[in-house]
Design a protein around this ligand. Structure first.
Ligand code: FAD
Length: 524
């Protein structure tokens, strides 16, 4: 029997989960399907900057104003996901002084608050800034935790009746009489096929939106722009620091709780599944950014990661940076499929607006008149999301410490009790790897050891508790470590290289993980 729902949402990123909440608040029943896990796409691979809009004042005024308005709403409605750091735009000797002079005027035109301060004042606030700063402006940027955002949105939607199926890949549609009658899916864990019947289908598949649209015979022209980012071991600045110039590589340093995130690049790729940070990109970013923040040359990086921006091609721009960062909402009625809508592009900062506009279209088609409530209804903090907050795990450990509790992830201080709570918050959502799923819902594996010690300890605990048996735990550990490896392979010099060698000795010398991987290949 096919599963039935009023609205099927394809994609469990910020847009899909935000839409699930918006529709649920309007009393519409919906189901989210995700081929991997929540935030497996760009929502789990971005910079975490809550844009004030100032970054886009020159290239895209509409996107700039959307960011300003949405940033304000989110600061009020989802404060638990945001650190209201404030931001600086700084120019360095040699930067385009004409651009610097026009900047406050461009911000004013977009109603974006921007105050000039002296370079000395900027350096007093952020001592990491170069002494070659020639101009500085204060703006209202912030930092946002995208993991918590999607998990809180989903938790609220689920409390209102929304359902979620992870590890469920949409593979095709059965279409007749101008409507999708059945959606075909594969359970990625078991390989089994199943079907869903929905009155409306929404394609919120981010960079994969073109692939999903093609299943309905529709075309969305998407350029894939890969962006890579670097995570420092410590937090280098209190505020977001932006380079005051036309958008380029390594322009922004964003605080991410206890660390800082440097980014980003913009590299055209052909396939949204083929992305990873490269050595060449990390070298280029560090070379570029040191003019603004000299310590970036010698600081320790613990990880690199990447995400893919789906830039919807309108025929106007030629490269990834000149295309609009606005979003595209497409009613596929124009392609002869009445109950199918796509939403893609945009920003994390504008996910709520994207969800609102999409839900408006879906409701119009369903004949539902209940208005959007997410502008004024606070997003409740949830137990699914709070483990991603820096400092939550140690606070919880100190508050509830039992005599026999142990710290299993010592970089982020996640205790055995904490791990058990993260597991219970996941419900049945373990999918193919509980360890990797845990990483997306907490800070496990995110510290300087990058899974070196916590991977082993947590796997031992999973065996002790009977969550994994036989070879399963070792397979999950291999998968988890491979994921971490992708992140530190491009930054292997100095301390990270020593750390990687230690990790290799642990995992290959003690557990023969590299041989296990070969055996798994043979088994498959
Ligand atoms: C490098 C980089 C830096 C960025 N920095 C910022 C920033 O600082 N601030 C900001 O505001 N924005 C930023 N963005 C943009 C922001 O990340 C995206 O706008 C946002 O995350 C998009 O969310 P989404 O839900 O639309 O897409 P995604 O998060 O990509 O979600 C799409 C989901 O669909 C799933 N899916 C795909 N195909 C299928 C299928 N066949 N079946 C089922 N599920 C499927 C995927 O697995 C994925 O989880 C950045 C983006 C990148 C790439």
């Amino acid at each position: 029997m096919p599963i039935q729902t009023q609205v099927l949402i394809i994609g469990g990123g910020a847009t899909g989960t935000g839409l699930a909440r918006d529709l649920s608040l309007r009393g519409v029943s919906c189901l989210v399907v995700e081929k991997q896990d929540i935030n497996a796409g760009a929502s789990g691979g971005n910079h975490g900057l809550l844009h004030s809009g100032a970054r886009y004042v020159a290239a895209d005024r509409e996107a700039a104003m959307e960011c300003r308005e949405e940033g304000e709403i989110l600061k009020n409605m989802a404060p638990q996901c945001i650190e209201n750091t404030g931001g600086l735009f700084v120019a360095v000797a040699g930067d385009d002084e004409n651009y610097v002079a026009r900047f406050p005027h461009m911000c004013r035109k977009c109603h974006i608050p921007c105050t000039e301060i002296t370079p000395d004042q900027a350096r007093e606030w952020e001592p990491c800034l170069s002494k070659d700063i020639i101009a500085a402006f204060e703006v209202e940027d912030g930092a946002i935790d995208p993991f918590m955002l999607s998990l809180d949105n989903l938790a609220h939607a689920m409390s209102l009746g929304c359902k979620v199926i992870r590890n469920a890949r949409v593979t095709g549609f059965d279409i007749s009489s101008q409507a999708i009658r059945r959606v075909c899916l594969t359970n990625e864990t078991t390989g089994k096929e199943f079907h869903i019947e929905a009155e409306m289908v929404v394609n919120a598949a981010g960079a994969w939106a073109g692939t999903i649209a093609a299943m309905a015979g529709a075309e969305i022209h998407i350029l894939y722009s890969k962006g890579s980012l670097l995570v420092t071991q410590d937090r280098l600045a209190k505020r977001v620091i932006n380079r005051l110039r036309k958008a380029s590589d390594a322009d922004i340093l964003v605080p991410g709780g206890t660390v800082s995130v440097l980014g980003t690049t913009s590299v055209r790729i052909d396939d949204p599944d083929m992305y990873r940070p490269t050595i060449e990109e990390t070298d280029r970013m560090i070379d570029n950014a040191t003019a603004m923040i000299p310590v970036l040359e010698t600081t320790r990086y613990i990880r690199a990661y990447a995400g893919v921006r789906p830039l919807v091609f309108t025929g106007k721009g030629a490269d990834g940076r000149s295309l609009s960062r606005g979003f595209s909402l497409i009613d596929h009625q124009e392609n002869g499929v009445d109950n199918f809508v796509s939403i893609t592009g945009g920003k994390l900062t504008t996910y709520r607006l994207m969800a609102e506009k999409t839900a408006d279209m879906v409701c119009r088609k369903l004949g539902i008149t209940t208005p959007c409530a997410t502008r004024t209804t606070p997003l409740p903090a949830s137990s699914r999301g709070h483990w991603t907050e820096p400092g939550y795990a140690p606070r919880s450990w100190i508050r509830h410490k039992a005599d026999n509790d142990l710290i299993l992830c010592e970089c982020e201080m996640v205790s055995r009790q904490g791990i058990d709570q993260i597991i219970s918050n996941m419900d049945t959502m373990r999918g193919r790897s509980m360890l990797t799923a845990m990483g997306l819902r907490s800070r496990v594996g995110k510290g300087p050891c990058q899974g070196g010690f916590c991977g082993l300890r947590i796997t031992g605990h999973l065996y002790d508790q009977g969550h994994v048996t036989g070879n399963r735990g070792i397979r999950e550990l291999t998968h988890f470590i491979e994921g971490r490896w992708k992140g530190f392979a491009p930054i292997l010099w100095d301390l990270p290289l020593m750390q990687a060698e230690l990790q290799e000795a642990l995992y290959c010398g003690m557990l023969d993980l590299e041989l296990q991987a070969k055996e798994q290949d043979r088994d498959q």
